[in-house]
Design a protein around this ligand. Structure first.
Ligand code: DC
Length: 222
């Protein structure tokens, strides 16, 4: 039995990271939150007062963007832990904007492949199964209805003490889906060989168990 690579893709707020973290911990795998990396770029851009829509300036900032992900959830940007800052609404929107640029994607995809090269990894994002790790042994495409996702994000924000409005969250999710699915480079889409998992009516434990069972089967096959 050997370690495999697992890709979890899907739209915003579908619960990918919750599942990926649990599966990683159960299998003793490394979890790589690729969305956090796009968020770091957006945070860096914002910090330099550059407009998210100014492609040239955004791309120029990449060389001064050093990102490190820690297994305890730490997200370090040039040595500063920004794990909380990158979750703010402004940065969520910015991440979706800057992720449209080909150069930004190339920059982060190269890092992601390097981080995943030894296997025993679980990555979540939008293009993992389709672009980053097309040979991943297990690909999941995790979805949930817009209402379920908005409700989950709303509860999450409440628990974090962040200001939130359900309708606004729902509209933001719809807008990000639209952007992520229709951009020119690596749009969000289900890889042909990904397993579709609709979590609208499943608990976190049920989804985790399903993914774990699939992963164990793939580990045995390898
Ligand atoms: O998963 P997330 O919500 O933290 O991702 C933030 C944004 O980054 C999302 O709107 C789209 C982009 N993203 C991407 O384009 N490709 C990935 N692999 C991960 C995230």
């Amino acid at each position: 039995m050997s370690k495999i690579s697992i890709a979890i893709d899907g739209p915003s707020a579908a619960g990918k990271s919750t599942i990926a973290k649990r599966v990683a911990s159960a299998l003793n795998y490394v979890y790589i939150d690729t969305g956090a990396m796009y968020r770091c770029v957006a945070y860096h851009v914002d910090k330099h007062h550059v407009d998210f829509d100014d492609e040239e300036k955004v791309v120029a900032l990449l060389e001064s963007c050093h990102i490190e992900l820690k297994q305890d959830g730490g997200v370090f940007l040039n040595g500063e832990d920004v794990r909380h800052e990158i979750r703010h609404d402004r940065i969520s929107k910015g991440a979706s904007r800057v992720s449209r640029y080909e150069k930004v994607r190339e920059f982060l995809v190269a890092k992601q492949r390097l981080m995943a090269k030894d296997g025993g990894v679980i990555l979540d994002g939008r293009d993992i199964g389709s672009v980053v790790l097309p040979d991943a042994q297990l690909k999941i495409y995790q979805v949930a209805s817009v209402e379920t996702r908005a409700q989950r994000r709303y509860q999450e924000n409440l628990a974090r003490g962040l200001a939130c409005d359900y309708e606004q969250i729902k509209q933001d999710i719809i807008q990000r889906d639209e952007q992520d699915m229709h951009r020119e480079h690596s749009p969000l889409k289900k890889a042909d060989d990904a397993i579709l998992l609709d979590t609208s009516f499943l608990t976190i434990e049920e989804v985790t168990d399903k993914v774990l069972a699939l992963a164990k089967t793939k580990e045995q096959e390898k």
